[in-house]
Write a protein that binds this ligand. Structure first.
Ligand code: OGA
Ligand code: MN
Length: 285
């Protein structure tokens, strides 16, 4: 415990964790401190050495049961023989991408919010990072809710949002899906727009992603206009933190109360990330 150092990012969320070796089992007091810091800061960046997939999985399991890698992605993004680790990368080997998302910009999103039981957390570990670009941004959705003008908040009270399952976070059509005629028809789970975090008991906005989202029961134009207003009010720079990767950083974010997005980067640079996900949880108002 003596070497553990947790320091706030100084931005809208996030903290740096130093002095912990994620390749080994964590002491119970260190784990307790990390869990508390995670509940308080929503995103943790943990510095250290390179982790094997088994070490990344063992660390991740401290926070809940691992999610199986989505079956639709079996051919791509996969680690042979491992059902839990996904690869996020632009590297192409033997004509085949070794991972997902390529080198593209990813818009603000929540991982897997289009599922009935969306993943609680995602944990991303950097094997190789580009010299520039590929930074990941996080946004604090407790702050976003607290900062809404009262009249805007009153307008979303009790409403549910449909979260599109058809597109990836870089905007492409997901394997096995077709373009929907309109967002009302798009496949995906419906969740309350304001949710209560099961650990902290605090309320936050739950927006998923803007693309193909639909506020259940509204006219299309009305839903689009209200979503544009909510999004503009929610992703203000003061609620956010830009994470600039260092090799072997491990970043864990809480999908229940944050959004994230990623900058693109030059495709002649190699970015290789290994990723785990903690299994789903009901979204409760
Ligand atoms: C993800 C994701 C961002 C990044 O893995 O869910 O959005 O920085 N990754 O690669
Ligand atoms: Mn993501």
């Amino acid at each position: 415990m003596s070497n553990l150092k947790i320091s706030k990012s100084g931005h809208g969320l996030g903290a740096d964790v130093q002095g912990v070796d994620l390749s080994k089992a964590l002491e119970p007091d260190v784990l307790t401190a990390i869990k508390q810091a995670w509940a308080e800061h929503l995103v943790l960046r943990i510095s250290g050495g390179r982790l094997s997939d088994d070490q990344l999985m063992a660390f991740s399991q401290n926070f809940g049961p691992l999610d199986l890698r989505p079956v639709g992605k079996a051919a791509q993004n996969s680690v042979p023989g491992n059902h839990y680790v996904t690869v996020i990368s632009n590297v192409v080997e033997n004509g085949r991408p070794i991972g997902g998302l390529g080198n593209l910009d990813a818009e603000w999103h929540v991982d897997m919010s289009y599922n009935p039981l969306p993943a609680v957390a995602s944990i991303l570990h950097a094997w190789s990072i580009p010299a520039a670009g590929g930074n990941t941004y996080f946004c604090n959705m407790y702050a976003a809710l607290d900062g809404l003008p009262p009249d805007l908040r009153a307008r979303i009270e009790g409403l549910h949002l449909k979260h599109d399952a058809g597109h990836t976070s870089v905007g492409g059509l997901r394997r096995g899906f077709e373009e929907a005629a309109n967002v009302r028809e798009a496949p995906g789970a419906e969740h309350p727009m304001i949710r209560t975090h099961p650990v902290t008991g605090r309320q936050c906005l739950y927006l998923g992603r803007r693309q193909e989202a639909y506020i259940v029961g509204m006219e299309l134009a009305e839903s689009e206009a209200l979503l544009d207003e909510i999004w503009a009010a929610s992703t203000r720079p003061e609620y956010c933190w830009e994470h600039v990767w260092q090799p072997h950083d491990t970043v864990m974010w809480d999908n229940r109360c944050t959004l994230h997005r990623r900058d693109g980067f030059p495709n002649d640079q190699r970015r290789i990330m290994r990723r785990t996900q903690i299994g789903g949880d009901v979204v409760e108002r």
